[in-house]
Design a protein around this ligand. Structure first.
Ligand code: 5GP
Length: 190
């Protein structure tokens, strides 16, 4: 998606070997107009999959996921990373090793919000090694729901996540695909 690639070129900062900082439009400050356009594009790419629900992980997946759900006219659910008094005792959980924080998060979804037989679309901000998506896959599986697609805002093709998802036979769509960081510059896959 050219619009997103242009924005990454303009505002993205490369940290070290393999991390992109995009905190002025996605990961801290959020550009709602851009998020709405990303949501529209995900909805267009997945409309034929007859999605019942969009699932993401807090916090950076929420903005693109909510606009996708708005366009598909379905609810959006986000997995929580912390237990809360407001969460019921009936949960699906999975462990996710965070690439950027280098710690394991326990992600949690209330059983009421993912139901057997539902067609679920996963959305996330980044795809690196695929741990976040795998955690969400476990939850969809445990609920007896069907995973019908994975939408990623920014994929780094040089990490192993995409291969993992392709091997699982999933319909994956990434709006920007980064093939390398070279001297602090972002290179996109064609
Ligand atoms: P994975 O689980 O695929 O290894 O990593 C995906 C998760 O790690 C995303 O949800 C995102 O929060 C974070 N992440 C991975 N790579 C990057 C990156 O280059 N930049 C930022 N800002 N977050 C990343």
């Amino acid at each position: 998606m050219k619009l997103l690639e242009d924005r990454i070129r303009e505002d993205g900062r490369v940290l070290g070997e393999d991390v992109l900082k995009v905190d002025n439009f996605l990961n801290h400050q959020v550009d709602p107009k851009l998020m709405a356009q990303l949501g529209e594009e995900f909805a267009r790419l997945f409309r034929d999959e007859k999605i019942d629900k969009v699932l993401t992980v807090e916090s950076s997946g929420i903005a693109p996921a909510v606009f996708t759900a708005l366009d598909l006219d379905v609810p959006m659910v986000f997995a929580r990373k912390k237990q809360s008094l407001t969460l019921s005792a009936e949960n699906y959980t999975a462990d996710v090793f965070s690439f950027t924080k280098q710690e394991t998060n326990h992600i949690i979804v209330d059983k009421r919000f993912i139901n057997e037989g539902e067609r679920v679309l996963l959305i996330d901000d980044f795809l690196a090694n695929g741990q976040a998506v795998q955690g969400m896959m476990e939850i969809v599986d445990a609920a007896g729901a069907e995973l019908v697609g994975v939408g990623i805002v920014i994929e780094k093709t040089f990490q192993k996540g995409r291969q993992l998802l392709d091997e699982a036979g999933l319909h994956v769509e990434s709006l920007a695909r980064i093939s390398a960081f070279n001297d602090g510059q972002v290179e996109f896959a064609d």
